[in-house]
Design a protein around this ligand. Structure first.
Ligand code: GDP
Ligand code: GDP
Ligand code: MG
Length: 289
């Protein structure tokens, strides 16, 4: 697990050095920037660590490693990463630009929830591309979820969402995951579509979570592309995908601080089991040791 993010690898070399010196600080800065913590967090963390190292008068790299872990954990802990899924049905809307991993995440999330004994239905409200419905159906089957599909091609996404909630209520299904489109002719059109989906769902049930999916490999640029969702979609949590082999673990912290929205799930591969909740302590452990 520790090999997943290169920050761990880059740092390990420095912590086996005999003592903390100028090279240590340079290498730490490079490692944090490479891992996509961003310039602001990198500068603040290094300042914090320099101050602590001076205060404790230590030259031991093992102390620095422990301080780094504490400093990152403290920053991660400012956000509540718990998913709110207590309503019945609990409705989760999954949004984000094309190709970030929305549909895949829904399949993995269904599988994840099944392990806690929950019953799940997914709604194919990405009716923009016909192939999207079949892809979701494949993932629903893998994840052990039922699916509500459009009854005809290009059906109003809001009406598919409506029918999905109806299905959940009639069958007593506990959790509803709604897949949505990532691209329309205009961003305004997509935001209007999402607003309509939300309004139609809320006629029947409150929405528990609106999860914005972001691809770690696109970094800050991906956040820029998702700006409209952050402004208009009522996002309550972030899902960071493609962390496997991306070497961009720091993105998880920088995106959280930049958007002010907690990261709630991590995607770490294309397999059905490759989704985890976000536990800062475990995550930092993987990054730093
Ligand atoms: P959508 O357009 O947002 O619904 O994105 P998809 O779910 O169709 O995923 C787009 C591509 O990203 C697919 O090839 C997925 O297999 C891939 N993908 C999704 N999540 C992950 C992940 O966590 N790791 C990796 N390596 N690939 C992922
Ligand atoms: P409008 O299309 O702007 O008038 O928005 P509405 O809130 O009236 O409905 C949006 C979509 O949700 C429509 O396409 C309807 O198909 C669907 N919808 C709304 N209410 C119902 C309902 O009671 N039953 C069903 N099956 N669909 C509904
Ligand atoms: Mg999709």
């Amino acid at each position: 697990m520790a090999e997943r993010w290169s920050l761990g690898r880059a740092l390990r070399g420095m912590f086996v050095r005999p003592k903390i010196d100028d090279d240590t600080w340079d290498d730490l800065e490079t490692a944090l920037l490479t891992a996509d913590f961003g310039p602001d967090i990198t500068e603040e963390v290094i300042e914090d660590l320099r101050e602590k190292v001076a205060r404790y008068g230590t030259t031991d790299p093992a102390d620095l490693q422990r301080m780094l872990r504490e400093s990152l954990e403290e920053r991660f802990a400012r956000f509540d990463t718990t998913l709110t899924l207590t309503e019945r049905p609990a409705v989760v809307l999954v949004v984000g630009v094309n190709g970030v991993g929305k549909t895949t995440t829904i399949g993995k999330f269904a599988h994840f929830l099944r392990r806690y004994g929950r019953s799940i239905v997914v709604g194919a409200a990405d009716t923009f591309r016909a192939a999207a419905v079949d892809q979701l159906a494949t993932w629903a089957e893998r994840g052990g979820a039922a699916i509500v599909r459009p009854q005809q091609e290009g059906q109003d996404p809001a009406s598919v969402a409506f029918q999905t909630i109806t299905y959940a209520k009639e069958t007593g299904t506990e959790i509803v995951l709604v897949d949505t489109a990532g691209r329309l002719h205009t961003k305004g059109g997509l935001m209007d579509e999402l607003t309509k989906i939300r309004r139609v769902i809320e006629k029947q049930a409150p929405i528990s979570e609106v999860l914005l999916v972001l691809d770690a490999t696109t970094g800050q640029n991906g956040v820029k592309q998702a700006e409209a969702f952050l402004q208009h979609a009522g996002v309550t949590g972030l899902v960071i995908t493609k962390l496997d082999g991306s070497a961009k673990g720091g993105f998880v912290l920088s995106v959280q601080e930049r958007t002010g929205i907690p990261v709630k799930l991590l995607g770490q591969g294309e397999g059905i089991g490759d989704l985890t909740g976000f536990t800062p302590h475990v995550f930092v452990e993987q990054l730093v040791s």
